[in-house]
Design a protein around this ligand. Sequence first.
Ligand SMILES: Cc1ncc(COP(=O)(O)O)c(C=O)c1O
Length: 408
Amino acid sequence: MNFANSQSLFRRAAAVIPGGIPGHTTPAATVPGSVPYFAAEGRGCRYRDVDGNDFIDFMGGYGPLVLGYHHPEVEAAATAARARGAVFNHPTSLMVELAEKLTSLIDFADWAVFGKNGADLTTWSIMVAREVTGRPKILKIRGAYHGTAAWCTPGHGGLIPEDRAHIHDFPFNDVPALEALFAQHHGQVAGLILTPFHHPAFADSQLPTPEFVAACNRLCQQHGALQILDDVRCGFRLSTDGSHSVYGYKPDLAVYCKALANGHPISACVGRTAHKAAASRVFLTGSYWNDPAPMAAALATLDIIVRDNIPARLTALGERFVTGFLSLGEKHGLPLVASGPPAMPYVRVGDDPSFMRTQQLCAAAVAHGVFLHPHHNWFISAAHAEADIDEALHRLDRAIHQLKSLHR
Ligand SMILES: Cc1ncc(COP(=O)(O)O)c(C=O)c1O
């Protein structure tokens, strides 16, 4: 597979963009030269890179493409809204409709607000928790990603200690550690921010234990702290009504983004009536946040997710993919470890602390036209037909065979 155009574009990018490709799409953590760096077009579960290479895609833009690239109903809704105008002096009726839709779908939600990115609203949500309680402290899971704001970025540059002065983290599923933080900061905790399950980069995913979920619910209630569910990555992939219902969390605020509008830029935060007045006091706006096209896309996407029970489909397809992948590992004597819900699984090579073998596996997959990421969970989309999953497995069979022959 040839990536000459990708590499030439990357050289141009490196000259004019710090880091060339910054952030999560950086090629830095992949086998050099083994993956495309720039995309050209996509349809359904497949995309083409700038060198004309085609891939069956298991990343879906790192989550947003829940229905696949260029879904006709979503694109028609967004295009119709766009044709009426981009940004106005006012919101359109779509904003109200979308808030009504979310509050009808999500059991605890009495109101909704909208931003563009997940981080816009995870950051706003902790401010709401502080406004509600008048307290400074936020508890978070160690290694959980909530965005690029100073209070939570996993990066190191540009931070000062004060950015994190009131942020305290603890290991996922560790009830005693959570209890200890609530005790240590008694009367000071504004909120606990959680992802529904733990999906760190460079590590296996972990599902929450029932004891952990119960402790989150109990301790937030007991200490008058808000429970904030960061459902940015999982929302509407695991269930049609928010991921709290899958695991039993009782959030006060929840933030959605990736699957909300099938790739159109919009995020949402929902909350309870009790916190509505405080929420209205936390300033919230952005130049493009009233853009109606992503709101139209979100309304269409949510309708399809509910109408076609997309989470059930993603789970069934994910089970087919993960089971098939693990059997290939057995067939070829390559130890594979799978974690996370089947709709957004993560599979790596076992006994591979440096991730080198997992990177080689993903490089071999890419060489056979299957796009997988070595250290981030993957995303099944509703555009994957059973035949696409089977074709991907067939290609992976050849990829693993080739990898094993190289190491013989
Ligand atoms: C769980 C979670 N929270 C927050 C974010 C930040 O979202 P955004 O990149 O849209 O700001 C992400 C992005 O990957 C995420 O996965």
